[in-house]
Design a protein around this ligand. Sequence first.
Ligand code: SF4
Length: 87
Amino acid sequence: MTARMRIDPTQCRGHAICALYVADAVEIDRWGFGRVVEAELDTRQAVRRARRAAAACPNGAVVVTDGREQSGPAAAGTDPRAGAGRW
Ligand code: SF4
């Protein structure tokens, strides 16, 4: 099982709660904002802890995907290249 974790910086409010669950995968800056340093979750325990972090984040900023989902501008529909060739 491989999953991925990310923190949405537009939602993160710096509570630093996520680090209580995934201390090895998240770095907290001096203001308390989280940043993922280890996105690949390759053990069940890592996935479980990441999901707990996602559930505990009061802003829903921690996102855990199953690794097959796309992320980034193309997935968000904001990649200007995504529409190329439609016309
Ligand atoms: S718990 Fe949520 S809001 Fe707080 S630092 Fe982590 S991701 Fe950001």
